[in-house]
Design a protein around this ligand. Structure first.
Ligand code: ADP
Ligand code: TZP
Ligand code: MG
Length: 263
């Protein structure tokens, strides 16, 4: 299959889609890991979305039926959580709720690797991971160093495109530059800061934001790429003001809240 050269995402799209996002204020069902619950909720709130962390198997199945989007993040997966996540994905698919996978630390660990492979064929609207995670999901590498990537994002672009084609989904691979692809078209997103890797949860929160943006109407690839750009713009602005990781978190939430994108 022909893949086009990657194109840079234009901020004219980002300005329009962010405005639409704030008006739409999506309700986002987050099934995420224990480490990033509050940060993820605060990131969504700063963008005017509504997070809710519903995890009981029966409630999760109910809630994913009427939320605007569902996030499945396997960062602190357990066998019980796997059952609840599976119930939520099944209900989401029945209701037409788009769901996004964050395959945290997929590769070396058996439970999460088998579960992520099982989820691939269940129509995720989007998958967002770092380069090592996307390579491991595509079974082209063994994974990263725990939750951190051992690879640069550009090394995982071909794997991302292949996954997108094989599973008819959107794949976002992040790093210094982010790439969003539907398997044919690929958009590059720049910005951000290395400080984003020195606080926990920026990747996980981005996946929640990707899930939220995937609920918007219009061009799905542009919508999820816009999620990346919004985080990158806020990350760059916050890093310019912060003295280190502690002040970065506060500045990052403020930057998301006040973000205005020059078209
Ligand atoms: N070196 C970097 N420079 C700028 N932004 C970065 C850099 N590394 C990661 N980011 C940004 O940090 C966020 C998390 O990405 P990443 O670290 O790849 O995910 P994860 O936290 O899941 O490993 C993304 O918004 C990404 O664009
Ligand atoms: C440290 C850690 N351990 C299990 S999940 C998690 C959070 C990972 O967050 P991110 O992928 O955003 O760096
Ligand atoms: Mg991650």
């Amino acid at each position: 299959m022909m893949t086009h050269q990657p194109e840079h995402l234009s901020d004219a799209h980002v300005a329009r889609i962010l405005h639409q996002f704030r008006q739409h204020a999506p309700l986002v069902h987050c099934m995420t890991n224990d480490v990033v619950q509050t940060f993820t909720a605060n990131v969504l709130l700063a963008l005017n979305a509504s997070p809710a962390m519903v995890i009981d198997p029966e409630e999760a199945a109910q809630f994913s039926g009427f939320a605007d989007a569902l996030l499945i993040n396997v960062g602190t997966l357990t066998q019980d959580r796997q059952l609840a996540m599976q119930a939520a994905v099944t209900a989401a698919n029945q209701a037409g709720t788009p769901w996004t996978l964050d395959p945290v630390a997929v590769g070396a660990l058996t439970l999460r690797s088998a579960f992520c492979q099982q989820l691939l064929s269940q129509k995720p609207a989007a998958i967002r991971g770092n380069a090592s995670e996307i390579l491991a999901l595509a079974q082209q590498a063994a994974g990263g160093r725990g939750v951190d990537s051992l690879h640069q994002a550009d090394a995982a672009v071909a794997a991302a495109q292949q996954l997108a084609r094989d599973y008819h989904t959107l794949v976002i691979v992040t790093g210094e530059v982010d790439y969003a692809t539907d398997g044919s078209r690929t958009l590059t997103i720049s910005g951000g800061s290395p400080l984003m890797t020195r606080v926990v949860g920026t990747g996980c929160a981005l996946s929640a934001v990707v899930a939220a943006f995937s609920s918007l109407p219009g061009d799905g690839l542009l919508n999820v790429a816009c999620a990346c750009r919004v985080m990158a713009l806020a990350g760059k602005k916050a890093a310019a003001q912060a003295q280190g990781p502690g002040t970065f978190v506060a500045a990052f939430l403020d930057a998301l809240w006040m973000l205005e994108v020059a078209a």
